[in-house]
Design a protein around this ligand. Structure first.
Ligand SMILES: Nc1ncnc2c1ncn2[C@@H]1O[C@H](COP(=O)(O)OP(=O)(O)OP(=O)(O)O)[C@@H](O)[C@H]1O
Ligand SMILES: [Mg+2]
Length: 425
């Protein structure tokens, strides 16, 4: 589980830290920086997937020339705060779910204007404050990194500053034994630290971003899929795999039945061509609503349901503007779904929302992790404020409800009277 994120000069954030819970909710005016925070997680996800910086910022192609990664809004230069030539991101995560060993990862990136490429200036991973690896350049002009990796004598690793060193360090850690047949390395000690590279790489690589689009959700697709695409691709194929278990069918049906105002007798996935399948809903009396006619909101809800039911424990899901297309009277279902899956399956969720109604449905634990993203009145940089830490927040929220305070601008106004976070660096 990722426990905190600290941004320096990333997009509109000069210096902002956010602590994450099982369910973290980001609210704030248009243009305050919620999606910029999402971009920071996308940057980290790109590192976990082993991309170069040019690919992370600009997009990556697969072996067949198809786009497998979108790049980040604004590219490298757009990720550094206006007037800055780089940014830093620090992340804290637990080594394994259930453990309390903390990993701290930090990367500092230079983003010069074209024709120069973005480069890594410095990078480090600590486990329980012990260094797992550190990569740095002797000077800004240097291309080669000097990399120190736990337990290994300093070597002349062939690593340059065009890619984050995490992936290379992880690969090196895989064959430490072969690297050192003489047995100079204390493999027990090194192995303990090096195990954390795998943990961080998969933690970052498994972050998922969902921006579900009804047209993608309803499209027929190949059967037997296991992963829902970021825009909802493959919904029917993943659903088909889930429906093979009777227990899953019951769960899916009961959620959709609660969502819709009319009764649903069954959810099915049916062939629509020799190579594709598509979702269909059964109504009582034998009517069948095929995928082309299922409503947009139903599809989006199903998309979230399927994504949460198929996420691996420990995975982080980033969901932007979750309320889109869902009727306010049904938003409690969406929140119940997210909170229950986060709790029972050990998934972590970050959501952004503009819905005051949705905020009123958050449970007590999730309310602790509602953050207001706003602009500093003096220098306009992005600020992150835990809503429960605003003066008198507990009492006022108890009396008026979070939604009403959200809609009335109370949160923004209260930041005028809040003290700076003592942990802010
Ligand atoms: N490199 C940068 N330096 C400073 N500010 C930036 C930078 N890049 C983006 N911004 C600011 O961030 C704003 C966009 O923020 P973002 O997309 O995160 O908003 P949001 O909170 O998601 O809003 P919405 O609710 O409308 O989606 C831009 O309007 C711009 O002012
Ligand atoms: Mg946004």
């Amino acid at each position: 589980m990722i426990t905190s994120l600290h941004l320096k000069d990333f997009k509109n954030f000069q210096n902002a830290k956010i602590k994450l819970g099982p369910v973290t909710t980001l609210v704030g005016a248009n243009g305050s920086g919620k999606s910029n925070l999402c971009d920071a997680f996308r940057f980290l996800h790109g590192i976990g997937r082993g991309y170069t910086l040019a690919q992370i910022f600009g997009g990556a192609l697969g072996v067949g020339g198809e786009k497998v990664w979108e790049g980040i809004r604004g590219g490298a230069v757009g990720c550094a705060r206006h007037g800055q030539e780089g940014f830093a991101i620090k992340l804290e995560t637990l080594h394994e779910s259930g453990s309390d060993e903390t990993l701290v990862y930090e990367i500092n990136v230079l983003t010069p204007k074209a024709p120069h490429e973005p480069t890594v200036r410095q990078e480090q991973l600590l486990m329980e404050e012990e260094e797992v690896y550190a990569a740095k350049k002797e000077s800004l002009q240097d291309v080669q990194f000097s990399l120190s990796l736990a337990g290994l004598p300093d070597g002349n690793w062939d690593i340059d500053d065009k890619s984050p060193a995490l992936y290379d360090a992880w690969k090196l850690s895989q064959n430490v034994e072969e690297e050192d047949p003489s047995g100079v390395i204390d493999l027990n000690e090194a192995g303990y630290l090096l195990g954390s590279l795998e943990s961080l790489k998969s933690c970052l690589g498994e972050i998922r971003f969902l921006d579900l689009v009804p047209d993608q959700l309803r499209k027929p697709c190949a059967p037997g899929q296991s992963v829902l695409g970021a825009r909802g691709e493959n919904l029917s194929g993943v659903l088909q795999s889930l429906l093979k278990e009777e227990k899953n069918s019951q769960v899916l049906l009961s959620w959709i039945d609660s969502l819709l105002p009319h009764e649903i007798a069954g959810i099915e996935v049916v062939p629509v061509s020799p190579s594709t399948v598509q979702i269909a809903l059964h109504e009582p009396g034998g009517n069948m609503v095929d995928g082309d006619r299922v409503s947009d909101g139903t599809l989006r809800f199903l998309g979230f349901l399927v994504a949460l039911m198929t996420a691996d424990p420990g995975e982080l899901l980033f969901l932007e503007e979750v309320e889109n297309g869902i009727h306010p009277s049904r938003l409690h279902l969406l929140i119940e779904l997210i909170e229950s899956q986060a709790q029972h399956r050990g998934i972590q969720v970050i959501l952004t929302t503009h819905s005051s109604t949705l905020l009123d449905f958050l449970n007590k634990q999730s309310r602790e992790h509602v953050y207001l993203i706003y602009r500093d009145r003096e220098n306009s940089s992005g600020m992150v404020q835990q809503v429960m830490a605003l003066p008198e927040a507990g009492n006022i929220i108890e009396k008026q409800g979070l939604g009403k305070l959200h809609a009335s601008h109370w949160m923004e106004d209260s930041t005028l009277f809040s003290l700076p976070d003592p942990e802010g660096e």
